[in-house]
Design a protein around this ligand. Structure first.
Ligand SMILES: O=P(O)(O)O[C@H]1O[C@H](CO)[C@@H](O)[C@H]1O
Ligand SMILES: O=c1cc[nH]c(=O)[nH]1
Length: 286
């Protein structure tokens, strides 16, 4: 079936609408980062850079780490951007742009996010590099997609609903990391459930001047348990990445540079050093 011109937008030069890149520009290993300036912080370690392109907050560099072709791409902030990046990345590899039809043979990308995040448990200090074993979304993205859950995801989501169910404005969704990537790139890293929030301030329990509707949100988050699983950290993209990657048949892992301890009320004075450590760890294991 031909995908409509209104639904899959290809620019006159053959690039996809927002990412502004061609199908051949995407490697099968993709690193996503939130901050467009972080793209060059990753690609500076490439042995060779093949291309640099971009539009809006979506900057792409593709090159080689040893003999492995890698794309690093910025998503900007939030799961509304993840919707754009993941649908367009998938279209680039799985839709024939000439016929506008889904290819017979699908490509499954390996996608690793290198992001920044705040810890919600007192034993996870700033400077920790943490792999998200699950992404738990408190945003609305997956209300618009059909998602099938595994048995493990179902029972964990049941526990989440029992704990957070009194917050009537939230319809949480949950997806596991790619087991393969968690056991390779995430090996020996701190691991736990990452909550993805639809904002940085009150949606992550921060109190500045506007009054928060949910009292002691961090306490509610860090007291959640399901067997030996707990919520370790908060950020703004991982759950959308995990959910859309799985729906579209890709493997995803989120690696978090912990810049804040939300229970100790601390924020790192050297955030770039922590991000650098996360980038190096991922590139060594990719
Ligand atoms: O550093 P990045 O990857 O952008 O990730 C985190 O930082 C941003 C907020 O400051 C949000 O995007 C959050 O998820
Ligand atoms: O606390 C934090 C730190 C970085 N990014 C977030 O979204 N939250």
């Amino acid at each position: 079936m031909k995908i409509a011109e209104s639904d899959l937008i290809i620019n006159p030069d053959g690039t996809i609408y927002h990412l502004n890149i061609l199908p051949e520009d995407v490697a099968e290993t993709v690193i996503t980062v939130g901050d467009p300036d972080r793209v060059s912080e990753v690609s500076k370690y490439f042995d060779r850079i093949e291309l640099k392109k971009g539009k809006r907050e979506f900057i792409t560099h593709t090159g080689f780490v040893g003999s492995k072709r890698v794309t690093v791409l910025s998503t900007g902030i939030g799961t509304d951007n993840i919707d754009i990046v993941f649908n367009e990345l998938d279209a680039l590899v799985n839709i024939d742009f000439k016929t506008r039809e889904v290819k017979k043979e699908l490509t499954s990308l390996n996608i690793v996010r290198v992001g920044t995040s705040g810890a919600v448990q007192p034993d996870i200090p700033m400077g920790t590099i943490l792999a998200s074993s699950y992404g738990l979304g408190m945003d609305a993205l997956m209300n618009y997609y059909v998602q099938e859950l595994s048995g493990d995801e179902h029972s964990l989501l049941d526990d989440v609903q029992a704990h957070f169910g009194h917050l009537k404005h939230i319809n949480p969704y949950l997806t596991a990391a790619s087991e393969t990537l968690l056991n390779s790139i995430g090996k020996e890293m701190e691991q736990g459930i990452t909550i993805t929030a639809p904002g940085f301030y009150a949606p992550q329990g921060r109190q500045v001047r506007a009054k928060n509707a949910v009292p002691n949100f961090i306490g509610l988050i860090n007291s959640f348990r399901s067997g030996n699983l707990r919520v370790t950290n908060l950020e703004m993209e991982t759950a959308g990445i995990y959910a859309l990657a799985k729906v579209l048949g890709h493997k995803a892992l989120s690696v978090n540079a912990i810049l804040a301890s939300r229970v100790k009320f601390e924020f790192s004075r050297n955030p770039n050093d922590i991000v650098e450590k996360a980038i190096k760890m991922v590139l060594e294991r990719i």
